[in-house]
Design a protein around this ligand. Structure first.
Ligand SMILES: C[S@@+](CC[C@H](N)C(=O)[O-])C[C@H]1O[C@@H](n2cnc3c(N)ncnc32)[C@H](O)[C@@H]1O
Ligand SMILES: Nc1nc2[nH]cc(C(=O)O)c2c(=O)[nH]1
Ligand code: SF4
Ligand SMILES: [Mg+2]
Length: 210
């Protein structure tokens, strides 16, 4: 394919810069413990200093891959597909999700919500970032709000963010991995004081799975 054709296909969401895909257990949030196939799409310019997949940021490092091929492969592994990144909403997610839904799969997304919400999702995990705040449509659509706690101030941020989502949206606090030993006591105290919130841990890192 010519470079120009690839660019057009990526702009349409018919191709995506694919970083990796793997069958594992959802490690975080509401669906923790559920087997799922992960599609990690490259490209993100939100710039979280503690991001645990910085290798995903530059889309040029990840091969443009036909969306139909991604779907064909994913369907072999699981009924639950988690689309993550990078920031998946950097790209038009409509072709990917319409093809996954056509195969009757449950389609979940992990997103910062910083870019327009495209795609059809059975579950939206919104993880807001102060450096590039979610768009209003992301708060409206979120099934789960998962705030990463790096310092004490993030608890106030979490409270403010929870005012923006629907009343039935599940609320999670997840320790930033590198400071987890210091932060977990803050989170556990907060959740006992504010029981509408739940603790989320990155359980896959404890289980040594992807
Ligand atoms: C790598 S991000 C990709 C999806 C999307 N860009 C986002 O941030 O939601 C997947 C999830 O991991 C979380 N995350 C990233 N780095 C983390 C870290 N160091 N500790 C805890 N959670 C982290 C993000 O907040 C997000 O919920
Ligand atoms: N097992 C597992 N669960 C996850 N939940 C969200 C992840 C992500 O990076 O988006 C992730 C991940 O990378 N691995
Ligand atoms: S938005 Fe997600 S992928 Fe992008 S830098 Fe932040 S945690 Fe990493
Ligand atoms: Mg991860």
């Amino acid at each position: 394919m010519l470079e120009k054709e690839i660019k057009t296909a990526v702009d349409r969401g018919d191709m995506l810069p694919l970083m990796e895909e793997f069958y594992t257990i959802q490690g975080e949030g509401y669906h923790t413990g559920r087997a799922a196939y992960f599609i990690r799409v490259g490209g993100c310019d939100v710039g979280c200093h503690w991001c645990d997949v910085k290798e995903s940021w530059d889309p040029a490092k990840h091969p443009p891959t036909e969306t139909s091929k991604i779907v064909e492969n994913a369907a072999k592994y699981s009924k639950t597909i988690v689309v993550t990144g990078g920031e998946p909403l950097t790209w038009d997610m409509n072709p990917l999700t319409s093809q996954l839904k056509a195969k009757d799969l449950q389609v979940h997304i992990e997103t910062s919500g910083a870019y327009p919400l495209t795609g059809t999702w059975d579950w939206i995990c919104l993880s807001p970032k102060k450096v590039k705040m979610p768009l209003p449509e992301a708060y409206e659509a979120a099934h789960e709000l998962k705030v990463i706690v790096y310092n004490r101030h993030d608890l106030a941020f979490a409270k403010a963010e929870s005012q923006k989502v629907n009343p039935d949206c599940k609320l999670f606090l997840q320790p930033e991995w590198s400071v987890r030993e210091k932060i977990i006591p803050l989170i556990t105290d907060f959740v006992m004081q504010n029981p509408e919130w739940q603790v989320s841990l990155q359980t896959h890192k404890y289980l040594n799975i992807p």
